[in-house]
Design a protein around this ligand. Structure first.
Ligand code: ACO
Length: 382
């Protein structure tokens, strides 16, 4: 039996180096490749951020045009991919559909070698393909389950606006498109979070890029990670009115349940992304229904004052205001975590590139605490 100390949940364990995001959980700071998240949230498009994460520099106009053209060219589905969407069950959760669709797209990729290749070029090729196609796949699946025909991508629209267009069948207004772009920028990358780690584990074992992304999608569904955005919105809807926030949360804590969208393994202060998400929600509320924000604000107030949260340094995380943002942008509840995946594709691919560049099998140990060695008992004697 080993006497090595255990690190439950790998908390504070550093397993690799990365040039992608710097996170300071006590100061509440985040930057991507040296650029402050506040500047990126206010001034960059998702396409620019994706280029930054994949290439280490913000693109100039020519580079951005070329990258955007590549994405636009990959958005449409082939006949086989379109048939795949129709063959996936319309029941079940959006993340189950997305996981299956991405696996199917891998099987339909004519350029994928049977065992999959691991190279920077392959990571960029598959990353571009999936970044571009995932919005088309999930929007088409959603429309088909509601007996509507899929909407073809619009090459004139940016990544954020095009997804909302394919989902709803009408072009989004500026506020909704801007809000969703802000969302995509803010969720694009966040160090060795659970889904990114899962993707790196698959790549570390020598699996191909699609496998890394499927592992990441599967992990993102978890309610302690990406699945929290849907759960947070369901909580806000169940609370119903701002006045009900405090009694609802008291009852929830009395049942020993967690308040979704609150708490973080790294941030012990407010998540630096929350203020931009809240501002986007406020802008959406000015044009539409202000109630989701009023409820979220009332919950945030309870979190800021209730000893259960203050004593444990638990604050609203990135999912907290993401929830009303996605709701007000018209994203169906069970596609909230898919929206997260559309954004995190940027970070997953960037991490896969880093893992490929300096690969070593990721293989921690478990401390064996089972029975001492014992004699085998034949079946007839058990
Ligand atoms: N509501 C109530 N209590 C909480 C919450 C919460 N949301 N989060 C943590 N706590 C409490 C725990 O019960 C525990 O209390 P105890 O010490 O009395 O037992 C203490 O705070 C520490 O909790 P841990 O689970 O040890 O903290 P950890 O760092 O493992 O958890 C996590 C982080 C999973 C995010 C947690 O805060 C949580 O479950 N939050 C709700 C789910 C959520 O919003 N997830 C999204 C995170 S952001 C992202 O992944 C994109």
């Amino acid at each position: 039996m080993t006497t090595a100390p255990t690190a439950r949940g790998l908390e504070n364990v550093v397993i690799t180096s990365s040039k992608l995001s710097a996170i300071n959980g006590t100061a509440g700071e985040l930057s991507y490749v040296g650029y402050n998240i506040h500047d990126l949230a206010e001034r960059a498009s998702f396409e620019e951020v994706c280029y930054l994460l994949w290439h280490g520099e913000l693109p100039n106009a020519e580079q951005l045009n070329a990258f955007t053209a590549q994405l636009v060219a990959e958005r449409a589905l082939s006949a086989e991919e379109a048939a795949l969407v129709r063959s996936v069950p319309s029941s079940g959760h959006g993340m189950d559909a997305l996981r299956t669709l991405v696996s199917g797209v891998a099987q339909l990729d004519p350029a994928l070698e049977s065992m999959g290749a691991q190279s920077q070029a392959e990571a960029e090729r598959v990353g571009t393909r999936l970044l571009a196609k995932m919005p088309t796949l999930i929007a088409a699946w959603d429309r088909l389950r509601h007996d509507k025909e899929p909407v073809a991508p619009d090459p004139k629209l940016g990544h954020a606006a095009n997804f909302l267009y394919m989902l709803h069948g009408e072009r989004p207004g500026d506020t909704a498109a801007r809000a969703f772009n802000t969302y995509l920028v803010l969720l694009a990358e966040h160090g060795l979070n659970a889904s990114t780690f899962a993707g790196r584990v698959a790549i570390g074992a020598g699996a191909d890029v699609y496998c890394g992304i499927v592992a990441a999608i599967a992990t993102l569904k978890g309610v302690l990670h990406g699945g929290a955005n849907q759960k947070a919105m369901e909580t806000f809807l169940a609370i119903g009115t701002p006045d009900n926030a405090a009694p609802f949360i008291d009852a929830l804590l009395g049942r020993h349940e967690r308040l979704m969208g609150v708490g973080h393994r790294i941030y012990k202060v407010e998540d630096p992304r929350a203020r931009h998400l809240r501002a986007a929600v406020e802008a959406l509320g000015r044009e539409g229904d202000p109630r989701p924000q009023a409820i979220a604000d009332a919950v945030a107030q309870v979190v800021a004052e209730h000893p259960r949260f203050t004593e444990r340094k638990l604050a609203p995380n990135v999912e907290f205001y993401s929830a009303p943002l996605l709701y007000m942008a018209g994203v169906p509840l069970d596609l909230f975590t898919c929206a997260f995946a559309l954004s995190r594709m940027a970070g997953w691919t960037a991490h896969i590139r880093e893992q490929i560049a300096d690969n070593r099998l990721i293989r921690p140990k478990a401390d064996y605490v089972g029975p001492a060695p014992r004699a085998f008992v034949p079946l007839a004697e058990r």
